[in-house]
Design a protein around this ligand. Structure first.
Ligand SMILES: N[C@@H](CCC(=O)N[C@@H](CS)C(=O)NCC(=O)O)C(=O)O
Length: 212
C-alpha cells in the first residue's frame, strides 16, 4: 500500500495528519506551498480540482475533503486498532453523526466567527453582526459538546476514537485563534487536556509550534 499526503502545517490538513499519526500508518508527506500557489499547478489540480489541501493519494487513487478522508481512513484502518467503531454498530452511527456535526455545526460558525474578528482579514471584510451571531452558535455547540463528553466520557463512547482526535485538532487550534474562553465547560477542558497527552497529539503540537 502507498499513501501520499499533501499538506501545509496549521491548516485543514492537520486533522488528517493527526489521524495518520494515531493510526501509525507509514506515508509520504508532500509539502504544498500555498503562498507559492503550488496548489494551482496543473499536476496538483489533477489530484484535487479545487486546488486545496488536505489531499491524499492512496494506491494511486486521489481523495479530497478532509471529512471524507477521515471516514475512509477510520473505516479502512481504524477498526482493527480500536480507534473507529465497526460498520453497522450503534457507535458507528454516533461516529458519523458527531464527525459531521463537528464539521458543520461547530466548525462552520467557528470559522465564520474567526473570519469576522481575526486581524488576518482586513477590517472591511469583517462584519460585527455576523461575528455576534456566529459566536452565539459556537457557544451553543460547545455547550452541546461539553454535555456529550460529560455523558459518555468522550465523543462517540467511553473510549477515545478518531472522531475525538479530529474534533480535538480543529478545536485546539480554532479556539485559540478565535480567542474563545472555554472556562465554563469543565468536561470539554478536561477532554482537551487528555488530547494533549496522547502521543500523536503531543507530536502534532510539537511539529506545529511556531518557530520562535
Ligand atoms: N472543505 C475542505 C477545505 C480545504 C481548505 O480550505 N484548505 C485550505 C487550507 S486550510 C487550502 O488549501 N487553501 C488554499 C487555497 O484555497 O488556495 C476540506 O475540509 O478539506
Amino acid at each position: 500500500m502507498s499513501i501520499t499526503f499533501y499538506y501545509n502545517p496549521m491548516s485543514s490538513a492537520s486533522r488528517v495528519q493527526l489521524t495518520l499519526a494515531e493510526l501509525d500508518i507509514p506515508h509520504e508527506k508532500v509539502f504544498v506551498d500555498l503562498q507559492a500557489k503550488d496548489q494551482r499547478k496543473p499536476e496538483f489540480l489533477k489530484l484535487n480540482p479545487n486546488g486545496k489541501i488536505p489531499t491524499i493519494v492512496i494506491d494511486g487513487q486521489p481523495m479530497f475533503e478532509s471529512i471524507a478522508i477521515q471516514i475512509y481512513l477510520g473505516e479502512r484502518f481504524g477498526v482493527e486498532r480500536g480507534l473507529w467503531p465497526a460498520l453497522g454498530s450503534r457507535e458507528h452511527m454516533q461516529a458519523l453523526t458527531w464527525l459531521c456535526w463537528a464539521q458543520v455545526s461547530l466548525g462552520g460558525p467557528l470559522f465564520t466567527y474567526m473570519h469576522n474578528t481575526s486581524e488576518w482579514f482586513p477590517p472591511e471584510a469583517r462584519n460585527a453582526k455576523q461575528a455576534e451571531t456566529a459566536l452565539a452558535e459556537v457557544q451553543n455547540s460547545l455547550q452541546i459538546l461539553d454535555a456529550r463528553i460529560g455523558e459518555v466520557g468522550n465523543i462517540v463512547h467511553d473510549k477515545w476514537t478518531l472522531v475525538d482526535s479530529d474534533v480535538w485538532s480543529v478545536l485546539g487550534w480554532g479556539l485559540q485563534m478565535a480567542k474563545i474562553d472555554t472556562a465554563k465547560y469543565a468536561n470539554l477542558n478536561n477532554w482537551l487536556e487528555r488530547g494533549k497527552k496522547r502521543p500523536a497529539g503531543c507530536a502534532m503540537m510539537e511539529a506545529e509550534k511556531p518557530a520562535h
